[in-house]
Ligand binder design. Structure first.
Ligand SMILES: Cc1ncc(COP(=O)(O)O)c(C=O)c1O
Length: 407
């Protein structure tokens, strides 16, 4: 008998390791060596979990809510989600239409594993949250990436959607406000997409609403179900508490949609995670049922920081940046620096090279657009102090100013 060669499973062939985590590791290493690194790569809010939510978790521990819960999530957790969906989104959902998982990522994973068969296509507008195509690939589906450049505010147009749909299309993924662009689909835009979708009844829609409450300048969040309630039998809403309630570490997400899909997702979860952490579910009830006044203050703070970054980057040579309407990211175009040479003689051939230069020579950590399927761009998280954001943008502008034409 020979020793096992530990080769990866065939289903991992098209799954990429996270570029973001690699960069974060590098940034932390430079910081630990004493370099003044400013970290703008991470996708999590810099606020803390509100006290009333923490308190609910402490009380759940004290009540010994420390045993297995049922797979789809506790009844009070799902009741809180149903009430939230009614109150905030005007959606009626039975408890059987709701499942709770270990984060929105885990929920999306369950949805794809439960519904995608080998060869099924999933339409993903790019730039995209980097896990979508990899989760689809793990489910042995085919990610169909549609480029949505800055000139169209990074949003898929109805014509692009119509062109991308084939008889093999299983899902369209929509994410608004978006990671990595902060782009927001208006109700009118969603109505036009719904019109295309009505002509293709075999296509289901995954609406990732995780940045729902992080909206700027009075923009109102709209979901495709609000404008097209007739699509209810094929829309899966996914959401979670990570971003809006600053609860990334609690690992709590949920989905609401057709009970058939939810049932299949519960089969996947029942044989993997089992259920979301019981204590996190107790905290989640407090998050979804408790006071929400602090959300406006937090959004206003992100809006102010967005403006600081957009204004500062638009004066940097070679960078151009639109003003996002939500989330806590800015996604500047850096095509003006491609082909230029650094003072050390390195030619910037891609956004990956540019981010490497920014990190290694200017100690600013941003994520290259390549991680999100649309280059040349960088994603800057605005979840940092105003002082650090100003300093980071000044360093980026200085880095751009120092670039020379490559001979
Ligand atoms: C668009 C989007 N969806 C889902 C997630 C996953 O969130 P969670 O922490 O709930 O798994 C993220 C996290 O970065 C995200 O940006």
């Amino acid at each position: 008998m020979t020793a096992p060669d530990h080769k990866p499973a065939a289903r991992l062939a098209h799954v990429r390791p996270s570029m973001i985590l690699g960069l974060v590791q590098k940034a932390r290493q430079l910081a630990s060596e004493g370099h003044p690194v400013i970290e703008l790569g991470i996708g999590e809010p810099d606020f803390t979990t509100p006290d009333h939510i923490k308190q609910a978790a402490i009380e759940a521990i004290e009540r010994d809510e420390t045993r297995y819960t049922i797979v789809p999530g506790t009844v009070p957790m799902r009741e809180a989600i149903a009430a939230k969906l009614k109150r905030e989104n005007d959606l009626d959902c039975d408890l059987a239409d709701i499942t709770v998982g270990g984060g929105c990522k885990s929920i999306i994973f369950n949805a794809m594993m439960a519904t995608v068969s080998p060869g099924d296509e999933v339409i993903i507008p790019a730039p995209y949250w980097s896990s979508y195509p990899d989760i689809v690939a793990m489910a042995e589906g085919v990610p169909v990436v549609v480029d949505c450049p800055q000139s169209q505010r990074f949003l898929i147009s109805p014509a692009q959607l119509a062109k991308a749909i084939t008889p093999h299309t299983r899902w369209l993924v929509l994410n608004s406000p978006s990671n990595p662009t902060g782009g927001v689909y208006s109700a009118e835009h969603l109505e036009r997409l719904a019109k295309v979708l009505r002509a293709h009844p075999h296509v289901a829609i995954l609406s990732d609403d995780i940045y729902e409450h992080l909206m700027f300048n009075g923009h109102r969040f709209a979901s495709i179900l609000n404008v097209a309630p007739d699509l209810k039998d094929r829309v899966l809403i996914v959401n979670g508490v990570s971003k809006v309630f600053a609860m990334t570490g609690w690992r709590l997400g949920y989905a609401a949609g057709p009970s058939q899909i939810i049932k299949q997702m519960n089969v996947v979860q029942g044989q993997s995670l089992t259920h979301a952490c019981s204590i996190s579910q107790a905290a989640g009830i407090a998050a979804l049922s408790g006071p929400t006044g602090f959300l406006a203050t937090r959004s206003a703070s992100f809006q102010k920081r967005r403006d600081i970054v957009v204004d500062a980057l638009n004066v940097a040579q070679g960078i151009s940046c639109i003003r996002p309407e939500g989330a806590f990211y800015v996604y500047p175009d850096c095509s003006g620096v491609i082909g230029k040479m650094t003072p050390a003689g390195r030619v910037i051939t891609s956004d990956i090279e540019f981010c490497t230069h920014l990190l290694e020579d200017h100690y600013v950590s941003a994520v290259p657009g390549a991680a999100f399927g649309l280059s040349p761009h960088l994603r800057i998280s605005t979840a940092a102090s105003e002082e650090n954001l100003r300093e980071a943008c000044a360093r980026i502008a200085a880095a751009c100013a120092d670039l020379k034409e490559a001979s």
